[in-house]
Design a protein around this ligand. Structure first.
Ligand code: ROI
Length: 158
């Protein structure tokens, strides 16, 4: 089993219900066990974009699925919940990002792990910290140092 962390985000419709439904789907994934889920947080869209607030959370999943098989499964959940892939950084019904896959560094056309943007995103780092305060990235950076250096963002409980 490999311990993975998955970021969840949504900002259309009942965003919190989208996340709850996605967490239930993660709990049903084959060859996997949903180990923990953070609280749901409310965060304004990054970079001051004119969009509704996001509901964000992070889940810990133990799995024997290979990275790309896990990515396929995450995209299937996004699609089942009506994800429309329109413009980059557009509002979305559900976004599932594979943040970490054990301590592996993965560079594939479809998948970069650790997730490229996580260090700048308090809405990812804070729920991740809730689950794994001692965590370090494969390059040795500690999560707590990333959080300390991350641009401030107003995060509240959903
Ligand atoms: N902003 C917030 N607050 N939460 C997200 O999940 C999120 N996801 C995105 C962009 C558009 C970058 N902004 C976000 O993809």
């Amino acid at each position: 089993m490999v311990r993975c962390y998955i970021a969840l985000g949504a900002n259309l419709g009942a965003a919190n219900e989208q996340l709850e439904q996605a967490l239930a789907a993660l709990a049903q994934l084959p060859h996997s066990r949903l180990v923990a889920q953070s609280q749901l947080y409310r965060s304004p869209p990054m970079a001051g974009m004119q969009q509704p607030d996001y509901c964000n959370a992070v889940a810990a999943l133990d799995t024997t699925l290979a990275p790309l098989a896990l990515l396929d499964a995450l995209q299937q959940i996004e699609n089942q919940q009506g994800r429309q892939r329109s413009e980059r950084w557009g509002a979305r019904t559900l976004d599932l990002d594979l943040l970490l896959y054990g301590d592996q560094q993965i560079t594939e056309p479809r998948l970069t792990v650790p997730h490229y943007g996580m260090a700048e995103r308090a809405f990812v780092l804070l729920p991740l910290f809730e689950l794994a305060p001692q965590l370090s990235l494969p390059n040795g950076d500690s999560l707590i140092s990333l959080l300390a250096n991350c641009p401030a963002q107003p995060l509240t409980r959903w």
